[in-house]
Design a protein around this ligand. Structure first.
Ligand SMILES: *[C@@H]1O[C@H](CO)[C@@H](O)[C@H](O)[C@H]1NC(C)=O
Ligand SMILES: *[C@@H]1O[C@H](CO)[C@@H](O)[C@H](O)[C@H]1NC(C)=O
Ligand SMILES: *[C@@H]1O[C@H](CO)[C@@H](O)[C@H](O)[C@H]1NC(C)=O
Length: 166
């Protein structure tokens, strides 16, 4: 009898540890959503952006991409922006404010993006510096960005500006 009670205890303990490991906090879920963006754009898997933005999200990446309304427009605009380059988006500093209703939040996430000519040759690279100011909502499928504003920092673009039409 003591042995059985013991193994039941361990089984329950294991189950609760597994549950704790699987259940992400709101902060962690929001972080996952924001940080899925580089995987989508750098692999040119624009369908994956449905795990990042709400269907009716709006985004302002400035310039030609100032006024993207809805996920399809965001997907098309971003696809065009990396059509002739390889990209690497490196996200850094991430600060998230979850509002008291716990179904919306806003965040600031620093980025550095490197765009490489395709094909690459020495000198065919441009670097972008800035942050994303995002508004997020929690829907049935999880946290998604409903509004994104890109803000450039410092000079914004450095390097071979011909790669971004400069
Ligand atoms: C997009 O952002 C730029 C830079 O902050 C701003 O000048 C412009 O008015 C914004 N456009 C829209 C449509 O929000
Ligand atoms: C969230 O939005 C508020 C109001 O605009 C702003 O003061 C705050 O800095 C934002 N938080 C983050 C992490 O960007
Ligand atoms: C800038 O990039 C273009 C496109 O890849 C390339 O043809 C050109 O040689 C580069 N300029 C310099 C100064 O490296």
């Amino acid at each position: 009898m003591p042995r059985r009670r013991c193994s039941l205890f361990y089984l329950l303990a294991l189950l609760s540890v597994a549950n704790i490991a699987l259940a992400l906090t709101a902060w962690e879920s929001i972080h996952q959503t924001i940080h899925t963006y580089p995987l989508a754009i750098d692999s040119k898997d624009f369908a994956l952006l449905s795990k990042v933005f709400t269907p009716d999200a709006t985004a302002n990446y400035t310039g030609d991409l100032s006024n993207l309304n809805g996920l399809p427009a965001i997907q098309t605009g971003l696809a065009a922006s990396v059509a002739t380059v390889y990209s690497q988006h490196l996200l850094g500093t991430t600060v998230i404010d979850i509002h008291s209703d716990r179904i919306d939040a806003n965040s600031t996430t620093y980025f550095q993006a490197s765009l490489f000519g395709n094909p690459y040759s020495i000198g065919s690279v441009v670097y972008l510096y800035g942050f994303y100011a995002d508004t997020l909502e929690k829907g049935v499928e999880g946290w998604r960005i409903s509004r994104r504003q890109l803000v450039f920092q410092g000079p914004g673009f450095v390097g071979n500006l011909s790669l971004v039409g400069g």
